[in-house]
Design a binder for this molecule. Structure first.
Ligand code: ZN
Length: 247
C-alpha cells in the first residue's frame, strides 16, 4: 500500500495536482491522508476539497478549516491570514462548510496518529521544539505520528535516554525514514501549497507500508498560475509573493 501524505494544501490546486502527478509516477497511490489546512491563503478552496474527496482522503481539521467555517474567530491570525480566512469563508458553499466543520482533529490509522499541530493542542501548537515534541509524544499512543502546521518538513525521534528526550531533523527531498515500531517518531511532510523552508517547491511524503518507510519529496509546480488566480481574487499581496520564495 502506498499512501500519499499531504498537509497544508492551502487551496493551491496547481500544487496539489503537481503532487498527485508526481506521487503517482512509477507506482499508483492507494490512499491519501491530509493533515489539515486544505483551505485558507490560496485561491481554490472548493476545488481542493473536491480533489481530496475524490481520492476518498482521510482528512483532519487544522486552524484554517476551523476559521473558514467560523467555528473559531480569526483574532489569533495575522491580518493577511484573517483576510484570506474571511475570503475563504465567503467563497465556500454550505455543503463545503458543513463538510469541513465535521472533520475531526485527530485520526488514527493502524500504527499512525494524524494531527495538524500536536496532540497537546491539535490545531494550534507548532511542533518546532524538543519541548513541543515531548509534549506530543506523551500523548501519542501509536509508534508513528504525522503532523503539519509548520509548513517545514521535519522528523522528530523520541530518545528517552538522551538529555533532551528527542531529536529534531529537517527532511530533504528524497530522504527516506525507515519505520521501526521500537523507535517512536513524529514526521511533518511539509506544505503542499505554501512551503516555508526557503524552497518554493511543493512538499509531500509517501508512506509505503510494504517497505515500512516514509519518503519525503519535493516537486515544482506552476507558482505563477496560482499567483495570478490569487491576484484576481484580491488576496493579500504578501500571501501571493511568499509562494515565489517559499517563506
Ligand atoms: Zn497551514
Amino acid at each position: 500500500m502506498r499512501t500519499l501524505i499531504v498537509s497544508d494544501v492551502h487551496a493551491n490546486l496547481n500544487a496539489l495536482e503537481a503532487v498527485l502527478r508526481d506521487a503517482g509516477q512509477g507506482a499508483p497511490i492507494d490512499s491519501v491522508w491530509s493533515l489539515g489546512d486544505c483551505v485558507g491563503y490560496g485561491p481554490e478552496p472548493g476545488e481542493c476539497i473536491a480533489c481530496l474527496k475524490g481520492f476518498d482522503a482521510v482528512m483532519i481539521a487544522g486552524n484554517h478549516e476551523r476559521a473558514a467555517t467560523g467555528a473559531i474567530g480569526t483574532e489569533d491570525f495575522n491580518a493577511d491570514a484573517a483576510a484570506a480566512a474571511q475570503w475563504t469563508k465567503a467563497r465556500l458553499t454550505p455543503d463545503e462548510g458543513a463538510f469541513l466543520d465535521a472533520l475531526p482533529e485527530v485520526e488514527r490509522r493502524d500504527d499512525v496518529t494524524l494531527v495538524h499541530g500536536t496532540l497537546r493542542w491539535p490545531i494550534w501548537e507548532y511542533l518546532y521544539s524538543a519541548e513541543a515534541a515531548l509534549g506530543h509524544f506523551a500523548l501519542q499512543e501509536t509508534p508513528f505520528g504525522l503532523v503539519g502546521h509548520t509548513h517545514v518538513p521535519m522528523l522528530a525521534l523520541e530518545e528517552p535516554e538522551s538529555p533532551e528526550g528527542c531529536r529534531l531533523y529537517r527532511l530533504d527531498d528524497g530522504e527516506t525514514v525507515d519505520l521501526d515500531r521500537n523507535q517512536r517518531i513524529v514526521l511533518n511532510p511539509g506544505s503542499v501549497g505554501q512551503p516555508r523552508d526557503g524552497d518554493p517547491r511543493a512538499s509531500y511524503a509517501v508512506y509505503d507500508s510494504g517497505s515500512s518507510a516514509i519518503t519525503l519529496h519535493r516537486v515544482e509546480y506552476e507558482v505563477a498560475t496560482t499567483q495570478e488566480l490569487m491576484a484576481e481574487a484580491g488576496l493579500p499581496r504578501w500571501l501571493i509573493e511568499r509562494l515565489s520564495v517559499g517563506r
